[in-house]
Design a protein around this ligand. Structure first.
Ligand code: AMP
Ligand code: MG
Length: 423
């Protein structure tokens, strides 16, 4: 059987970044830039003051001190956004606010704290070294300088950078559109109360959320009943998408028609079955450039397979290069039994203990127990060569979600009293 490591390698070898589209920068956070951005001009575009103060000629005030102030004539006052209309001649100063341009003739700013008086004459109480408190043109970026290189995952500050160079619209890698095909006669939607042998199609919602988190666009297709015809129809519809996730119908049950339908669609099967728990029946292949994940039906298996294999594929398609889940090392808080000959992914909570993280299983590890995944911060990786992780041993934990990352990174937590709901 394919090992977990091999499975991931096969998935990544068979997906590639999608094409490019244009987007408004406000929608670009977390997306991958697909062009080099160069500065259209020098930034700042003019020498300007770093302080509220006076634009002066340094030579005029070399001898200035508290005891012997130098008196200068204030010929103009300019704020940010105003251009000086006068030049600074010998014996003169221009009152200049932070961000305002430096008038011709001046070669330094003396900050307001080193002066006295606010009228037509100012007393300067200290000398100003040449160019002091002048922010020179182009000190942030030079015209044509590379601002952000293609391939960067855009962060909020990058939007500011793009705005600063007048780029309201940019090229980014397209977001993968991912179809979710749920199979099963027993499934009802979230707004229906299940009766008899029915259950709610919870996995479609968990997957949709996880696809969004990974930067994809989910589409939940109508549930396919367990008939070859409906499954074939739904999977055919899913071929309009960049990637397909089906759930259920990949084990050996009597009603498992997914395999047949995918074969009919010409799927190139790349593996079926991974030596792991949960998620062993996972199936993966491609139709054209489209990755197809036949995720097992048990909800925890569905999601674990998503995080381990489909998420990296979606991230790679969206142009990202770091596609694995963030990982930390944690100390086992209790003895943890793990499966023989399979890589076991144990649902754990993590807590900080000084400089270390401590991982504790969240309870029943059955593949249908979604609550123990919902309560987990991560998946502890139980090696296939061991059967017991002793309390105090160290193991890798793959982090699920931003909250887990915050715990791992030691982000400050507000106390409950600090929480407010404002209506
Ligand atoms: P299957 O792989 O189709 O045999 O399904 C395995 C188990 O997962 C069964 O108990 C199903 O009822 C359950 N299951 C399948 N699909 C879903 C789903 N979309 N949401 C929640 N549970 C599911
Ligand atoms: Mg089923």
């Amino acid at each position: 059987m394919t090992s977990a490591d091999q499975a991931l390698q096969i998935v990544l070898e068979n997906v590639a970044a999608l094409g490019v589209e244009r987007t408004a920068i406000l929608d670009a956070c977390g997306r991958v830039l697909a062009e080099d951005i160069r500065s259209s001009r020098d930034i700042p575009g003019f020498d300007n003051s770093a302080m509220d103060g006076y634009a002066v000629r340094g030579a005029d005030i070399v001898a200035a001190s508290e005891a012997n102030p130098v008196r200068l004539k204030v010929v103009e006052t300019i704020g940010a956004g105003q251009m000086p209309t006068r030049r600074v001649n010998a014996g003169e100063a221009i009152r200049t606010m932070t961000g305002a341009p430096i008038a011709e003739g001046a070669d330094a700013i003396i900050q307001v704290e080193r002066t006295r008086g606010s009228g037509d004459v100012v007393e300067i109480l200290a000398p100003a070294p040449e160019r002091s408190f002048i922010r020179p043109r182009g000190e942030d970026l030079r015209a044509n300088e590379l601002v952000i290189a293609a391939g960067k995952v855009l962060a909020a500050v990058d939007l500011g950078m793009l705005a600063a160079v007048n780029r309201a619209v940019i090229e980014v890698v397209r977001r993968p559109r991912v179809a979710i095909v749920s199979t099963g006669d027993e499934l009802v939607d979230v707004d229906e109360v299940p009766v008899g042998a029915q259950i709610v199609n919870s996995s479609a919602y968990a997957l949709a959320g996880a696809i969004r988190e990974a930067g994809g666009e989910p589409a939940i297709l109508k549930v396919a009943r367990d008939t070859p015809g409906e499954i074939r129809e739904r999977l055919a519809e899913a071929m309009q998408f960049d990637a397909v996730l089906s759930t259920g119908g990949v084990s050996v049950g009597q009603f498992d028609h997914v395999k047949g339908a995918l074969d009919e669609l010409g799927m190139r099967q790349l593996f079926h079955g991974v030596a792991q728990r949960p998620g062993r029946p996972l199936k993966f292949g491609t139709v054209g450039y489209r990755p197809i994940f036949g995720l097992p039906g048990n909800p925890v298996s569905t999601m674990v397979c998503f995080y381990l294999y489909a998420r990296p594929a979606i991230l790679k398609m969206a142009g990202r290069s770091r596609v694995g889940l963030p990982r930390v090392v944690a100390r086992c808080g209790v003895d943890i039994k793990i499966a023989k000959d399979l890589t076991e992914f144990v649902r754990v909570k993590i807590e900080r203990d000084g400089d270390e993280l401590v991982a504790t299983p969240t309870g029943n590890q059955g593949s249908g127990i979604l609550s123990s995944l919902s309560r987990a911060d991560g998946l502890l990786v139980g090696s296939s060569t061991e059967t017991l992780l002793k309390q105090g041993a160290h193991a890798t934990v793959l982090l699920l979600g931003a909250g887990a990352g915050d715990i791992a990174a030691g982000a400050e937590e507000v106390t409950f009293e600090g929480r407010r709901h404002i209506h």
